[in-house]
Design a protein around this ligand. Structure first.
Ligand code: SF4
Ligand code: SF4
Length: 86
């Protein structure tokens, strides 16, 4: 996912133009600088490549990678609960 600090955006659209999977578009809202900051399209293929974050000259975008699901290993029981240890 991406987080846009909307009031920092100056509307240069570099992020929208450079996104390799065309995941961004201008939002409907106008910020304090009088421009439409970017947002993720409703249906998008953002892969968290961070290019938009890197190209933004005003540091208005932060990319937060999807958390990888951690392998939670359940502890193995040495013997069945209530069973007899042999
Ligand atoms: S690159 Fe940064 S300043 Fe330019 S439109 Fe995108 S968020 Fe706004
Ligand atoms: S992180 Fe990459 S894929 Fe996602 S919106 Fe930014 S440039 Fe596009």
């Amino acid at each position: 996912m991406i987080v846009v600090n909307e009031d920092w955006c100056k509307g240069c659209n570099l992020c929208i133009e450079r996104c390799p999977v065309n995941a961004l578009e201008e939002s409907d809202t106008i910020n304090r600088r009088g421009v439409r900051p970017p947002r993720l399209k409703e249906v998008n293929e953002c892969n968290c490549c961070r290019l938009c974050e890197l190209v933004c000259p005003d540091f208005a975008i932060t990319v937060i990678p999807e958390e990888k699901k951690k392998d939670v290993k359940k502890p193995l029981l040495r013997s069945p609960v209530g069973g007899i240890n042999r």
